[in-house]
Design a binder for this molecule. Structure first.
Ligand code: GYE
Length: 348
């Protein structure tokens, strides 16, 4: 008898808790999809990561994992897309079936997301896009996006090169550049490739080749080996991430050539992106990489802040860009100006 009445009291208290949390929810604008959270359980987040191609990607995954922990009140469902959009689409459909509270998507390429994002929208599940962008006909298919301005990163790298050549008295037409690109069709590739191509056209640099290196060290090395055989006069290698840069350096050194900023004395200059891989930052300290335009992978806390806003019924910014630095091995250029903003050069 005693046990029975205790059980009734506990059930009653639980009901009061659930009802009060539900009413605080419906009092705001549009209630977001948070069934699990309103019943006092963990918030369920489905994260479709595109793969594990680089050190940047590992740091990105780690940032999400260490934010959405059970201790912080979350249940994280993580799916690795292994560079295939089809896998990511399957993951999103599984998250919808599982009725998660939020979907976080790091898309491998920009196009081809309309249908599956419509499905998530129809299911009333907010989708937060991180890192690369999606190119969809209707922006209401996702809640918001957070990441880097990849075109700006490319412009910063190119403007630094322009200032460097001016300071060193190197003629624009003597620059023979090859670009080892990232995953073709990804925002990071599109923006960084454009940043260089625009500058090459504007300043009259020879952009000898653009080849996909898939953001991996192995492919960066392989592509560089091929390019060195095709062009004898390369003096700048623009790598669209640090893993490719490390691979390219292996290839250059194996071919008996020297990497470094001293183009006038025959060194091959390496320019890169990210600044996450320790080996690459060491290469900047050794002047094996001359410039890295930073790309910040620590999205976990930023995504959590967005989820908290949504849970309060508030609207996050549709697009949030992260501020980023440039790192160089040389103090030749003290600062650069891009889009009316001054970026000081950081020497690590
Ligand atoms: O630069 C690269 C990674 O999309 C910003 O993807 C990201 C890029 C990053 O593999 O290292």
């Amino acid at each position: 008898m005693k046990k029975q009445s205790l059980a009734i009291v506990i059930i009653a208290m639980l009901c009061i808790l659930v009802i009060s949390s539900m009413s605080s929810f419906t009092s705001e604008n549009e209630p977001v999809h948070t069934e699990a959270s309103t019943s006092g359980e963990c918030i369920v987040v489905g994260f479709s990561q595109l793969g594990a191609e680089s050190d940047w990607r590992s740091a990105h995954t780690e940032s999400i994992q260490s934010t959405f922990t059970v201790e912080n009140g979350y249940k994280l469902l993580l799916e690795d897309g292994q560079q295939k959009q089809a896998n990511q689409i399957t993951a999103i459909r599984t998250f919808i079936q599982q009725d998660v509270d939020y979907i976080v998507l790091a898309p491998v390429t920009e196009t081809g997301w309309d249908t599956v994002l419509q499905e998530a929208k129809d299911a009333g599940i907010p989708v937060i896009i991180v890192d690369r962008m999606v190119d969809v006909s209707d922006d209401s298919l996702f809640t918001c996006w957070i990441g880097s301005d990849f075109y700006l990163e490319g412009k910063k790298a190119a403007e630094w090169l322009n200032q460097y050549t001016i300071a060193e008295g190197i003629d624009a037409k003597d620059l023979n550049i090859v670009n080892i690109q990232g995953t073709i069709g990804s925002s990071a590739q599109i923006g960084r490739t454009r940043g260089l191509a625009d500058a090459a056209k504007l300043y009259g640099w020879n952009l000898k080749a653009e080849r996909a290196g898939d953001f991996t060290q192995a492919k960066g090395k392989e592509v560089m080996e091929t390019l060195l055989k095709m062009y004898y006069d390369i003096n700048v290698v623009y790598c669209e991430n640090d893993n490719e840069a490390c691979g390219a350096i292996e290839a250059i050194e194996a071919a008996g050539k020297k990497v470094g900023s001293d183009i006038k004395n025959g060194e091959i200059m390496v320019i890169s992106f990210d600044g996450v891989k320790e080996e690459a930052m060491d290469y900047v300290r050794q002047d094996k990489i001359s410039l890295i335009a930073e790309c910040n992978p620590l999205h976990g806390p930023r995504v959590e802040a967005i989820i908290k806003l949504l849970a309060e019924g508030k609207e996050p910014e549709k697009f949030s860009y992260i501020d980023e630095k440039i790192y160089s091995s040389t103090a030749t250029v003290g600062e650069i100006m891009v889009e009316e903003t001054v970026y000081p050069v950081t020497i690590p």
